[in-house]
Design a protein around this ligand. Structure first.
Ligand SMILES: [Zn+2]
Length: 228
């Protein structure tokens, strides 16, 4: 996955908190080459795109953050820490302890209000803390309800970006965060490597008259997976 900036960063994970985890490129254990949450403004733009806040709410948060730069930086810092905590829990099996403090803070500001589709819902409304609180509550919800079998990772060792996503396909056959990005690039790279190998005479010996179609070997080697 390669994005120019926060305004065109793809949201492909299937859950806003996983999309938050995917705001760095590549997504791995090491320091990322690119962190798309570079400022409170980036965070607010992303939160609007990810559906964490509506347009009017984003305007209120922006006003609150303009009046209190410290609160804005604190929100950004908590969200970035939340991002790494969730990634650690999901991928490395790390503890969720840091989440507990943010979750209690958010609940301390929350109310139970009548809702349309449920008897009640958890509502948080403080402008300066709105983005943080909603993401923290969404993260707690994700981690307590996630079907582990549905969680997948765009394969870094195979040229993917390490982004996490929910794979609801049959047989969990979705391999890439997005076929049009990582899938297509990995395919092009394999083709280049194969051509290079053939030119240097190091390619795999093939029986005369039985050419293997491009990618056929990988498809067989990776079992039932499809490049979707
Ligand atoms: Zn990817």
């Amino acid at each position: 996955m390669v994005a120019e900036g926060i305004t065109d960063l793809p949201l492909v994970a299937g859950h806003p908190v996983l999309d938050l985890v995917n705001t760095v490129e590549p997504r791995g254990d090491g320091p990322p080459e690119r962190d798309h949450l570079g400022s409170p403004h980036d965070l607010l733009v992303w939160a609007g795109r990810a559906g964490i806040v509506g347009t009017e709410e984003a305007a209120r948060v922006g006003t609150a953050w303009s009046a209190d730069a410290k609160a804005a930086q604190h929100a950004l810092s908590v969200v970035r820490d939340l991002r790494e905590t969730v990634y650690g829990v999901l991928v490395r099996g790390a503890g969720a302890d840091p989440l507990l403090g943010w979750w209690r803070d958010a609940l301390g500001r929350a109310e139970l209000a009548a809702a349309k589709d449920h008897p009640v819902e958890i509502v948080v409304e403080g402008d300066a803390t709105l983005v943080t609180d909603r993401l923290v509550l969404a993260a707690a919800d994700l981690l307590t309800t996630l079907d582990r079998a549905a969680l997948s990772e765009c394969p870094l060792p195979e040229g993917g970006c390490g982004w996490l996503f929910l794979d609801h396909s049959r047989n969990h056959s979705r391999r890439w965060c997005a076929m049009a990005d990582c899938g297509a690039r990995a395919k092009a790279r394999r083709l280049t490597e194969r051509r290079r190998a053939v030119r240097s005479g190091a390619g795999p010996a093939r029986r005369r008259g039985v050419p293997a179609p491009d990618g056929a070997g990988e498809h067989r080697a990776s079992g039932a997976r499809r490049d979707t």
